[in-house]
Ligand binder design. Sequence first.
Ligand code: ASP
Length: 439
Amino acid sequence: MGIIVAKFGGSSLADASQFRKVKSILFADPDRHFVVPSAPGKRDSDDIKVTDMLYTCYNMVSAGKISLFEETFAMLKTRYLEIIEELGIDLDFTAPLATVHDELLSGASVDYAASRGEYLNGMILAAFLGWEFIDAASYIFFDENGQFDAEKTQELLSKKLKDTSYAVIPGFYGCNPDGSVKTFSRGGSDVTGAIVSRAAFADLYENWTDVSGVLMADPRIVKKPKRISVITYRELRELSYMGASVLHEEAIFPVRMAGIPINIRNTNAPEDPGTMIVRADASHVRGAITGIAGKKGFTAIAIEKNCMNREIGFGLRVLQALEECHVPIEHLPTGIDTMTVVVADSNIAGSIDAVVEKIRATCNPDHIEVITGLSLIATVGRGMVRYPGTAAKLFGALADAGINIRMIDQGSSELNIIAGVESVDFERAINAIYTAFTK
Ligand code: ASP
C-alpha cells in the first residue's frame, strides 16, 4: 500500500465522457488518494479552454464590454452544466456559478478569474467521485514577494493530507499572504500536482495527459519517434530546456527534492505504461541516448585571440560586456585561443552591435565574428556518460548527412552534447541523430 497523487490535464477532463475515464482510472487503484484536476480543456482543436474563457471574461470586464463578458460567461456556464447533467450528479451549481459571475463582474483580479476553472472543475469532480474537496487557496501559499512558499505549504498541507483519505485539490492556484488568490504560470496544475505529492509523502506522482509518455524526439520532426520508458529528472530538465514540452518547468523541483518518481500517463490509453521520471536509473543501455531536442534562433559571437588562456580576466571581460548589455548567455564553448558565446536571438535583438563593440574595446581580440541563424540540438542521455563512442556516432551521423557543425558543447555533466547547426539543417540533423542511435 502506497500513496499515489494523480494530476489530470485539461483534455482529460474536457467533458463528461473524459470525467468517466478519470473516475475509472482513480477507482482502479485504491492507492490513488489525491487527485489534482485542471480546468476543462479543448474537446477538439476548434474548442476553447475554460481557462482562456475566464481570461476573456476578465478582459471584457476590464474593458467595460459587459455584454461580451456575459456571452463568454454563458458559454462557460453551459460547459460546466453539461458535464454535471451528463454525469447525472446531484449537485446544485447555481450558487458557485453565481458567486464567480458576480465576483468577476465586480472587478475581481485576473488570478482569481483564471483560477475559477480549476476551482469549479474540482468541485464537480469531488461530487462525482464522492471525495472531499480541498480548496487550494487554503493550503498552497505564496509569500510577500509573490514566490511560492514551499515551507509553509508543506507544513500545513501535509498536516491536512495526513488526516484525509481521499480528496480533490484543484490545480493552478494558491493564496497570497492577504488571502487573495494567486495562480502559477500557465500549465501550473502540474506544479500543484508536484506540491501535493510532496506534502502527501507520495510514492508516485502520476501526471495524466493525452499522450502515452515522453517521446525521444518531436513527432513533428521525426516520424513516429519511440517513447522514452525511463528518464531521470536531470535528463528531462535538459530536454525541456531545449524545447521538449512535457511538464511545467517548476513541477520537477518539489518531487525531485523528495525523490518521488513521476509517471506520465495517457487518460485515453490507461493500459500504456507511459514514461517514468526518476532520480537515478542504472538500467540504461551503455552508449544509448534518451532523447533529442532542439531550438532554432541562436547567435554565436566567436572571439579569437592568440594565447587568450594566459590573459587573466579575459573571459570575465567578455561576460561583463554581455552583462552590461543585459544579455543572458546560453553556452560558452572555449578553445585555446577561442571563446564563443552563444545567445538566444530573442535576448540579443537590438544589442548585438553594442555587445561586439564592448568586447572589442575591453578585450582587444584578434578577430571577432557574429554567426547568425544557428540552431542548437541537445542529444541527452545518462547512457552516454563515461562510454566512449557516443560523440563519434553523433558527429559521424551529421557528417554522413552532409551537415556542417558550427559549434559543439558538452556540458561537464556529460549528460548532454549540444551541437550548433545552421537552421536550414535543423530538421535533417535531428533525424540523422535519431536514426543513428535507434537503428
Ligand atoms: N488551466 C490552466 C492553464 O490552462 C492550468 C493548467 O491547466 O495546468 O494554463
